[in-house]
Design a binder for this molecule. Structure first.
Ligand SMILES: Nc1ncnc2c1ncn2[C@@H]1O[C@H](COP(=O)(O)OP(=O)(O)OP(=O)(O)O)[C@@H](O)[C@H]1O
Ligand SMILES: [Mg+2]
Length: 227
C-alpha cells in the first residue's frame, strides 16, 4: 500500500486509514474549516499522538491565549494529558508579537523556536489570523513560512478559519502539501461534522466527505462507515 514515503500517524482514528497509514514526513498540512468544526482538537490530537511516542511537539497559537487558557481547553478532553505540556508539547503564544511586530520578525521567531525545540510535530493555530494583521504581506508570509518549514524535519499542521460554504482557502492551499477540510452540515435537524482530504501529495487518499465526531474521550474520530 505504501509507496516508500516516510509517514507519521496523525493519531486520528479513521484518518490514517484514509491516507496510506499516515502523513508524509516532512510536510505541511492545512486543516481548514469554519468555527467549531474541530480544527484545534484535531491539531491537539496530532501532537498528543506524537508525545505518546516520545516525539517533540510545538504548538503556536496566534490568538493571545496564555498557557492557562490552553490548559483549560485541554481539561475538556480526556485524551489530552496535562503532563505533556512544557515537556513533550511546548506552547508558544504569538498574539502579542502579531500586534507589535512585522511578518519578518514573526518568521524569525518561528524559525528560532523550531531550532531551539527541534520538534517533529508543529501546529500553528489558526494561521489565518496572521492574514488579518499582515493583509498585503500575507501571501509573502505564507510563501516564506512554508519554505522555512520545509527545511525542518517535521510535519506542520496549519489551521485555517474559513467561512461556512467557502470551499478552499486558495491563498494557502497552493503552498502546502496537503489540505484537509472540516465542515458542518445541517441534516434532519442535526448539525453533522465531516472531514475531507482535498489533497495530499504522494498519497493515494480516500476522497469525499467522511463523517467526523468529537468526543471527550478521544477528541476527533473519523467514522469508517463509508470506506
Ligand atoms: N466534550 C466534547 N464532546 C463532544 N463534542 C465536543 C466536546 N468538546 C467540544 N466539542 C465540539 O468541538 C467543537 C470545538 O472544536 P474545536 O475547538 O476543535 O473547533 P475549531 O474548529 O478549532 O473552532 P474555532 O474556529 O472556534 O477555533 C465544539 O463546537 C463542539 O461541537
Ligand atoms: Mg480552534
Amino acid at each position: 500500500m505504501s509507496n516508500g514515503l516516510r509517514r507519521i500517524t496523525s493519531g486520528i482514528s479513521g484518518l490514517d486509514e484514509m491516507i496510506e497509514g499516515g502523513i508524509p514526513f516532512p510536510s505541511v498540512v492545512l486543516v481548514a474549516g469554519s468555527a467549531g468544526t474541530g480544527k484545534t482538537t484535531l491539531a491537539m490530537k496530532f501532537l498528543i499522538d506524537g508525545a505518546k511516542k516520545g516525539e517533540q511537539g510545538l504548538f503556536f497559537t496566534t490568538l493571545s491565549e496564555p498557557t492557562q487558557w490552553m490548559l483549560r481547553y485541554a481539561s475538556q478532553f480526556e485524551f489530552i494529558k496535562k503532563e505533556y505540556f512544557g515537556t513533550e508539547i511546548r506552547y508558544e503564544d504569538m498574539g502579542l508579537m502579531l500586534q507589535r511586530d512585522g511578518y519578518e520578525e514573526l518568521l524569525d521567531f518561528i524559525d528560532d523556536k523550531i531550532a531551539e525545540i527541534m520538534p517533529q510535530r508543529i501546529v500553528i493555530d489558526p494561521i489565518t489570523v496572521v492574514g488579518a494583521f499582515f493583509e498585503t504581506d500575507y501571501r509573502l508570509f505564507l510563501f516564506e513560512l512554508t519554505n522555512l518549514l520545509k527545511n525542518w524535519q517535521a510535519v506542520t499542521v496549519l489551521t485555517g478559519e474559513i467561512n461556512p460554504g467557502e470551499i478552499y482557502p486558495a491563498q494557502i492551499s497552493y503552498a502546502v502539501d496537503a489540505v484537509i477540510l472540516l465542515s458542518m452540515m445541517e441534516e434532519e435537524g442535526y448539525r453533522r461534522k465531516y472531514l475531507e482530504v482535498l489533497k495530499m501529495r504522494g498519497t493515494d487518499h480516500i476522497s469525499g466527505r467522511q463523517p467526523l465526531v468529537i468526543t471527550r474521550e478521544e477528541g476527533v474520530i473519523v467514522l469508517k462507515s463509508r470506506f
